[in-house]
Design a protein around this ligand. Structure first.
Ligand code: ADP
Ligand code: MG
Length: 392
């Protein structure tokens, strides 16, 4: 892979000078959906698919960027003195946003570079290719320019780039999972405090299977904002009776006792999801630590039902994939992952049954939706890093 990308780099940018290679994974959230902005927990892991960056410094202040995923845009060029959002620069605004955030935080970069990106995760499907390209950029800037920034600060600066430069109101989970991820572990993150702990992801004789609905998340942005508003309204009503800062602080007992103070039944359902999903997520991490994969799978299934019935963010496509998976032998658990209304599902499947699962679920999905799903059997890899190329 790296050898090919280096050859591509030479073709696009010419020259003989040495390049360096970096990789940032994509991420998948195993459980804990729509809990981040409700002050709850999430439980993501970093994948062995993601975004590669091949980089070489220049002797001036010009930046030249090329993506193999967007070849038709050609090389996008700008100057270090002109780090502003530019619609015509399209995808390159993501790495530019990280430069912007670094500059604002006082990590000034005063030398240009050439960079070639290649991502082997789908774009816009909820595996967070945007945070992946941001974190790849953060790590190569840090290493190439010897900035000595902690990973956690790079995570926060990349989130800032996405929030303030790109204008997408995402939480911290994506950049966190991609920066702090570890091979064969999932990370339980408290989105309120940023306290985190790793759980070994020992899948034994099974694997993670991601299925992409290949449906654009058309509704996602407006519905995402609507859900945030509904949960805020529910929280405001509860706060008249309870001293809490977020729904994530509530136990099941307290929620049941006070839930009728939420007067709107829709808001009450949304809050119920936020509270119970957070409880499920903490329990799921405990299950994994105790080696109870079956218990983990049951919680994944419950998570999906709650997102379908209480939070109403699944839709025909995600439901078709998950419900077909539930019918298959060897499926330990299956749920939608990401914001919903499209994007991907995540399943844990026994290795012997992966082929039949993919064939059967794909066929059923096509019958219901007329769409072909893409399947990825993934491994849990390390977080964003430089790749040593001494042996390629
Ligand atoms: P997601 O993060 O769920 O994949 P987003 O819409 O947030 O979806 O981000 C996708 C965008 O990120 C792409 O449209 C592109 O602008 C940028 N991007 C991601 N990966 C790459 C890549 N390999 N090369 C260039 N741009 C990329
Ligand atoms: Mg994104």
């Amino acid at each position: 892979m790296i050898k090919q990308l280096k050859a591509d780099f030479a073709r696009v940018f010419g020259g003989q000078e040495e390049t360096r290679s970096f990789f940032a994974p994509g991420r998948v959230n195993l459980i804990g959906e729509h809990t981040d902005y409700n002050g709850g927990h999430v439980f993501p892991c970093s994948l062995d698919i993601g975004t590669y960056a091949i980089v070489r410094k220049r002797n001036d202040t010009t930046i030249r960027a090329f993506s193999k995923n967007f070849e038709s845009h050609g090389v996008i060029q700008f100057d270090l003195k002109d780090i502003n959002y530019d619609e015509s620069h399209d995808w390159a605004n993501y790495p530019k946003g990280v430069l912007w955030a670094f500059n604002n935080a006082g990590h000034t970069i005063n030398q240009g570079f050439e960079v070639l990106f290649y991502g082997n995760i789908p774009n816009g499907s909820g595996l967070s290719s945007s945070a992946s390209i941001e974190m790849a950029t953060a790590v190569f800037l840090n290493e190439m320019f010897k900035l000595h920034i902690d990973m956690i600060d790079m995570v926060k600066l990349s989130q800032k780039a996405e929030n303030q430069f790109i204008g997408v109101n995402c939480g911290i989970m994506d950049q966190f999972a991609i920066g702090m991820g570890k091979e064969n572990a999932a990370v339980l993150l408290d989105c309120n405090t940023l306290n985190y702990s790793y759980s070994p992801l020992e899948l034994d004789q099974s694997s993670l299977v991601i299925a992409n609905t290949n449906k654009r998340r058309g509704l996602a942005d407006s519905k995402y904002n609507e859900r945030r508003t509904e949960c805020e309204r529910a929280l405001n009503q509860l706060q008249k009776h309870l001293s809490i800062q977020s729904l994530g602080e509530l136990s099941a007992e307290t929620f049941e006792q006070y839930k009728n103070y939420i007067t709107n039944p829709t808001d009450r359902k949304r809050a119920r999801h936020a509270v119970y999903e957070n409880i499920r997520t903490i329990e799921a991490a405990k299950n994994l630590k105790a080696g109870d994969l079956d218990g983990f799978g049951i919680l994944m299934n419950e998570s999906h039902r709650s997102l379908r019935d209480d939070y109403e963010v699944t839709g025909k496509e995600l439901d078709a994939l998950v419900e077909a998976a539930w019918e298959e032998d060897g499926v330990i658990g299956s749920r939608m992952t990401g914001a919903g209304f499209g994007g991907c599902t995540i399943s844990i499947v026994k290795n012997e049954q992966i082929d039949s699962m993919i064939a059967n679920v794909g066929e059923k999905y096509y019958k219901v939706t007329g769409l072909n799903a893409d399947f990825y059997v993934v491994k849990v890899g390390d977080g964003a890093r430089e790749i040593s190329t001494s042996n390629v």
